[in-house]
Design a protein around this ligand. Structure first.
Ligand SMILES: Nc1ncnc2c1ncn2[C@@H]1O[C@H](COP(=O)(O)OP(=O)(O)OP(=O)(O)O)[C@@H](O)[C@H]1O
Length: 819
């Protein structure tokens, strides 16, 4: 784990920090040694503190000596039983810090120690919090109570902390205020900490109030000679029983003077009161009065508690993969800039002039038109012409250069006819193109409301609509364009739109950047959104050999995913994840939530030139097969020539994006048609998804904006590391027979892996992979070694191997025999 990760961990909140720290010491040997050390230190300190109470007076002059001198000089000796270090520590903890309250530090050390040694201690974090509160309170209280004797004592009972705090507080709230504060904080602490405390201190008050009510009752009874004095004596007990037994509330008003016959079901006016009195609820005091017909009885029945007739087997809720990072927040809109260059309104005069020039040129060539309409886009305006009947479309198409000449503009493109519209389109660049900001795209309703799995918002079409596509449907993108025409900005726009929609648990990027500078900016989100090989240091891949290994590893991941899909009877990742979320797939059997993986290769030409078939083949394989398992590729190149974009690649990348290219041949290579050579650059692009070409102005996202987004995501809690892809090393020899395995070259985690396998009684490669966060190949090698050692049985297809060892003792024997 990189040091950066460790730093990040260090910043986490105190409580979770303690827990993580507890987990961190996970090797049992390490735990044992640390535990022993802490217990020993706590005993040593206890001795030092105890001794200090007796010897502190004799040693007190020594503590004024210079610190180094005190330790260095052998002539200086102390009385403390634990020597100079003990004496100095005791003086520091007690006199300089918290007084005798510093003893709580010993409690913390001791408890932590025995917890590490395996004792079942009440939650450690709870003990620490209590100790800290007690230390501060006791230190201030003792500091205050002994404030006057501070100068004559060698022992400051509240320590320097208690003394200074109490002096300061006393000056603020006075002596009386101090007493109140001390009692109030004590009561507050006890009330929060112990459930019995509030009932305990409120008991006397309650008794009083019961006594009061008895008093009132007595007043009534005084007027009622029939009520026995026996009942008066029982009043206290009865009141408590009332509370405990949830008895019906019984009001006993004074009897009326005329001795009417009393019916338990009628009040004095003969009204019905309550028919039945449940025998279990009968109050003994009431029984005493059963014969007393002169008493009026109102019974309020306690509501019956609802009972269940069978145990409810509540199903677990859906699995939520985002709960791993439940506090993760999507980037906010304000991280993006407006980039509004101008209002985006094309001058009307410009439109009319252009229209006139188009009509005039067509007239010059005897082409009649019925109507002309202009649609103003962000960078180009589309003039749609309806030609007069009998005009041949090819005639207009051939006039492209002439119209460009008359308009004196570059980047004119004629679409004849516009598919599905029955018109001919002439695209003319605006004299003042508008920058389409990424912000306007991200904040658009279309993007925000989109239900796409992997939504990519590219920019705006000529009719100012947000252009989006779903990468899962694309399913791979080929991006080409001459240098400086907006490719990198385009890639950033793609990544940005995904980052604005997806949670780190749902999406991972594999970023390949042979130029080393373009995608480096994303290394900040390594622990959130990136995937890499297990032994890779850098999250962004720049080295060709690493690219080959990563692509091979992706093919292994693809195969593993297919295997899981097969087991789950799911046809694609969406179905699989749905089943997983619905808890229909058992993680113990190797099932896991699959994030989408988007592989972005910035300079593809470089790779093909240096590694040729080595990269072409895995790319082709992934492109052909990986769609169903959620692995998608976006490859970008400056050089769209046929030796780079080969037939194999082209056949598997139906969605292609072309920024301005140098020649019509390049345009044909990428789009299978001309047009990309006529674009005006700066993000002007053509996108094809098989048939139609759409002209889109790419959204502009500048480097500082991308940096801000990465900082925003990077500063949030992430996973401990990037997603680890299956391990792949070129010289792998996976076909080794168990008999040929050399057990003297065991994997360093062989023994721990064996223990895990025996404890779980499951010889599954994925169990080892998950437990130790290692790649598939390494886990596979360990399983082979375990087989050679006789811990697990032979390979059994998709089932986990049989475990041949039943317990740790048997395992230890095997370890001893091969050590
Ligand atoms: N969508 C856009 N809107 C406005 N300006 C753009 C847009 N895209 C690119 N530009 C301008 O073009 C410049 C070059 O863009 P970018 O760096 O993306 O080119 P590139 O094709 O990646 O070049 P290279 O291949 O040399 O890296 C940018 O600095 C920016 O000024």
């Amino acid at each position: 784990m990189s040091s950066r990760n460790k730093n990040k961990k260090g910043k986490k909140s105190g409580k979770s920090g303690i827990l993580r720290w507890e987990k961190g010491i996970n090797s049992y040997k390490m735990r044992f040694i640390t535990g022993m050390a802490l217990v020993a230190i706590s005993f040593y300190l206890a001795l030092a503190f105890m001794s200090f109470f007796f010897t502190g007076f004799a040693d007190r002059s020594k503590f004024d000596i210079d610190f180094w001198e005190f330790f260095r000089s052998a002539d200086i000796t102390v009385e403390n039983w634990t020597g100079k270090i003990g004496a100095w520590l005791a003086n520091t903890f007690i006199n300089d810090w918290f007084g005798i309250a510093a003893l709580s530090i010993l409690v913390i050390l001791f408890m932590t120690g025995i917890k590490l040694l395996g004792a079942k201690v009440v939650k450690l974090s709870r003990i620490i919090v209590h100790c800290m509160i007690i230390t501060i309170w006791l230190s201030v209280t003792l500091g205050f109570l002994f404030i006057d004797s501070v100068n004559d004592q060698y022992l400051l009972l509240g320590g320097a902390h208690g003394f200074f705090m109490s002096v300061w507080l006393q000056s603020a709230i006075g002596r009386a205020g101090m007493y109140i504060l001390i009692i109030l904080t004590l009561v507050a602490y006890l009330s929060f900490s112990f459930d019995w405390f509030i009932p305990f201190i409120s008991k006397p008050f309650k008794k009083r109030s019961i006594g009061d009510s008895v008093g009132e009752g007595t007043e009534i009874r005084k007027t009622d000679p029939n009520i026995s004095s026996e009942r008066e004596k029982q009043a206290d007990e009865d009141e408590e029983q009332h509370q405990q037994m949830h008895q019906p509330i019984i009001e006993v008003p004074a009897p009326s003077a005329d001795n009417e016959e009393y019916s338990p079901n009628e009040d004095r006016k003969g009204n019905f009161v309550e028919k039945e009195l449940e025998p279990t609820n009968t109050n003994p005091s009431l029984e005493n009065n059963d014969s007393d017909n002169s008493l009026e009885l109102t019974i309020e029945k306690a509501a019956k508690e609802e009972i269940l007739h069978h145990t409810e087997n509540k199903p677990l809720g859906d699995y939520d993969p985002t709960l791993d990072l439940s506090n993760y927040k999507l980037p906010t809109f304000d991280l993006l800039d407006e980039h509004s260059s101008h209002s985006g309104q094309v001058d009307e005069q410009e439109l009319i002039t252009n229209k006139n020039k188009i009509v005039k040129t067509l007239e010059d060539y005897k082409i009649e038109i019925k109507s002309i309409k202009a649609t103003v886009g962000p960078t180009v305006t589309l003039y749609e012409i309806v030609p007069a009947p009998g005009v041949r479309i090819s005639k207009i198409k051939n006039l492209e250069d002439d119209i460009a000449l008359s308009l004196a503009a570059l980047g004119i493109r004629i679409i004849a006819p516009i598919p599905g519209r029955g018109t001919i389109g002439i695209e003319v660049p605006n004299s003042e193109p508008e920058i389409v900001s990424m912000r306007s795209i991200i904040t658009s309703k279309k993007f925000q409301n989109s239900k796409y799995e992997l939504p990519i918002a590219f920019g705006k079409t000529i009719s100012n609509e947000t252009f989006m596509l779903d990468l899962t449907k694309a399913p791979h993108l080929l991006v080409a364009g001459a240098t400086g025409q907006g490719k990198s900005v385009g890639l950033n726009a793609i990544i940005t739109s995904l980052l604005y929609k997806k949670h780190p648990s749902q999406l991972k990027f594999v970023l390949v950047d042979p130029k080393k500078v373009e995608l480096n900016i994303y290394s900040k989100i390594e622990n959130h959104f990136l995937a890499k090989l297990p032994d890779e240091e850098e999250p962004i891949i720049t080295d060709v050999q690493r690219v080959v290994n990563t692509l091979q590893s992706l093919t292994i991941e693809m195969d593993q995913r297919y295997e899981l899909l097969k087991k789950a009877h799911a046809r694609n990742i969406k179905e699989y994840n749905h089943k997983f979320v619905k808890r229909q797939l058992n993680p113990e059997k190797g099932h896991r939530f699959m994030p989408y993986i988007v592989v972005i290769i910035d300079e593809f030409a470089d790779l093909i030139m240096t590694a040729g078939k080595e990269v072409e083949m895995p790319i082709a394989r992934i492109a052909q097969l990986a769609r169903a398992v959620g692995i998608h590729m976006i490859i970008a190149t400056q050089r769209p020539s046929t030796n780079i974009i080969t037939g194999v690649i082209k056949a598997n990348f139906p969605t292609r994006v072309a920024f301005k290219v140098a020649s019509m041949i390049d345009s044909r290579t990428i789009l299978d048609s001309p047009g990309a050579n006529q674009l005006i650059g700066r993000g002007d692009m053509l996108i094809t998804q098989g048939s139609d070409l759409v002209r889109v102005q790419c959204a502009f996202v500048d480097t500082p904006e991308v940096e801000r987004i990465n900082d925003y995501i990077g500063s949030q809690q992430g996973y401990p590391s990037a997603l680890l892809l299956p391990e792949y090393s070129g010289d792998d020899n996976d076909n080794s027979e168990p008999g040929s395995i050399d057990l003297s070259k065991r994997d360093p985690i062989f023994e721990e892996a064996a223990r895990v396998v025996v404890a779980h009684q499951s010889g599954s490669t994925s169990l080892i992979q998950r437990r130790f966060s290692i790649g598939y190949n390494r886990a596979g090698r360990i399983i082979d070694q375990l087989e050679a050692a006789g811990v697990v049985g032979p390979f059994e297809g998709s089932k986990a191997r049989q475990v041949l060892v039943q317990d740790e003792q048997e395992l230890e024997k095997i370890f001893n025999s091969i050590r």
